[in-house]
Structures are given as C-alpha cells and as structure tokens.
Design a protein around this ligand. Structure first.
Ligand SMILES: CCS(=O)(=O)c1ccc(CC(=O)Nc2nc(-c3ccccc3)c(C(=O)c3ccccc3CC(C)C)s2)cc1
Length: 244
C-alpha cells in the first residue's frame, strides 16, 4: 500500500460520505433548537404501537437507502460479489445509520433529529421498546463524546460496513483485504489528526453497535409476531429484506 493509494482511498470514502449523507452537519446545526411542542409530543405518544413502528421504519429505510449508496461508492465494497455486498449491508447498514444519526444528537437537551425537528426519548414511547431507545440515545452520547470529524466518521462508517467477521460471506479473504485497506485509511487519518488513541475507542464503539443492532433485530422479531400484517405488508420492502 503506497501512501498515495491510502490517500486516494480516504479521499474517495470521504467524498462518498459527503455525497450520501442525507443531511449536512451545518444544515442540522441550524435546526438544533427546533423542538416538538407538547401537543406534537402528545400526538406521537397517542399513536398505536404498529402506527409508530411503521412511521419509524419508513424513515429508517430512507436513511438506510443513503447508506447503500455510500457503500456502492467505496472502492473495496464495489469489487465484492453481489451476495457479499448484501451480507455486509444486512448487518452493517443499521450500524452506519446509527453512527450517522449520532452526529446530530444534541447532548445539551438529549434530543435526536426526527421528522424535521429534535425529539427527546419520550416521543418514542409508543414504540414499546424503551430499552432499545435508551440504548440508541446512550450510544449517540458516547459517539458525541469522541468529537469525531466528518472525515473520521466517513472512514469509521466504511470500517463498520466492510467487516470480514460478518456471517455468511462467500469470499471472506477478499473482504479481509478490503477491511485492511480501510483500517489503514482510518489509522492514516487519525495519525494525521494526532489522535491515534481514538482507534481502540472506535473498536469499543463497534462492539456497542453490534449489541445495539441485535437488540433492534430482537425488537423487530417481537413486533413482527405481534403485528404480522403491519410487518409483512406495510413495512418498506428494503427494511424487510435487510432486517428480517
Ligand atoms: C442517518 C443519516 S442523517 O442525515 O444523520 C439523518 C437523517 C434523517 C433523520 C431523521 C430520522 O429518520 N430519524 C430517526 N430517528 C430514529 C430514532 C428512533 C429512536 C431513537 C433514536 C432515533 C429513527 C428510527 O426509526 C430508529 C432509529 C434507531 C433505532 C430504532 C429506531 C426505531 C425502530 C422502531 C426502527 S428514524 C435523522 C438523521
């Protein structure tokens, strides 16, 4: 790996992150204090469980779509077989969405960007999965504490996605080579920013992400059993394909 290759790899991942980020940081900074009124919060809390799940699943699928685009522009990802690309997206896309969402977490009032404004955890009450919501908010807090730059988030997102330990990979060694390149890219960026100490913290974050996403799958299984009609006919197809 000549330095030039690593520089080019970093540049293409950062460009792809920027072009597929759905919202830019400065865009949402301007909205940071746009909060839901008491009436709007009540309206969300009065939604039925299946209505709120469907509402969220649609928004989450929008966010996942942008992560699929991000993945397709990553050099090491594009060269993999279709099946391996799907296998990596099945387990990694939700994790990248969570990393991306954490950028817009407002740690001063514990709110996340949702439906055009910033929402506290109480808005998600009717989802009936408080432990998942708490885990998402805690994760976002932890990510904000690292104060990552957009370039560091771009490389970290690519590393979350291109992970040779994922299940059901056909050509694991090929994914390992792509993962190694992205790891070198992330280390290169952290070295340049004089923040190598972040590397082990980012690996800890990846472990939290894995447990968070298995909690999401567990809740989705619970929901699909209780509301089979909504889960099978009203959820976006991409959501069902990736998370079921
Ligand atoms: C991701 C790209 S971005 O530009 O950063 C961006 C782009 C767009 C938005 C707006 C947005 O869709 N926000 C959502 N917030 C939450 C949420 C919900 C509970 C706590 C914390 C955030 C959504 C979810 O559906 C969600 C997310 C994580 C785990 C669980 C769920 C709900 C289950 C039922 C699927 S969607 C925000 C950020």
């Amino acid at each position: 790996h000549s330095l030039r290759n690593i520089d080019e790899l970093c540049a293409s991942i950062v460009r792809s992150h920027r072009e597929t980020s759905q919202y830019r940081v400065e865009e949402l900074q301007a909205l940071r204090w746009k909060l839901f009124s008491r009436e709007e919060i009540q309206a969300y809390q009065n939604k039925s469980v299946d209505d709120m799940w469907q509402h969220c699943a649609i928004r989450l699928t929008d966010a996942v779509q942008f992560v699929v685009e991000f993945a397709k522009h990553i050099p090491g990802f594009r060269m993999l077989s279709q099946n391996d690309q799907i296998a990596l997206l099945k387990t990694g896309s939700m994790e990248v969405v969570l990393v991306r969402m954490s950028r817009f977490f407002n740690t001063e009032n514990n709110t996340v960007f949702f439906d055009g404004k910033f929402a506290g955890a109480e808005i998600f009450k009717s989802l009936a999965c408080g432990d998942l919501i708490t885990a998402v908010f805690d994760f976002a807090h932890g990510m904000c504490a690292l104060k990552l730059t957009e370039q560091q988030i771009a490389l970290f997102s690519a590393l979350v996605l291109i992970n040779a330990d994922r299940p059901c990979l056909e050509d694991r060694s090929r994914v390992q080579r792509a993962q190694k390149s992205v790891e070198l890219g992330l280390m290169h960026i952290l070295h340049r920013d004089n923040q190598e100490n972040l590397m082990h913290k980012l690996y800890q974050r990846m472990a939290v992400l894995r447990s968070l996403c298995s909690l999401h799958m567990e809740k989705l299984r619970w929901f699909s059993q209780r509301y089979p009609l909504t889960a099978h006919s009203l959820f976006p197809p991409l959501y069902k394909e990736l998370f079921s």
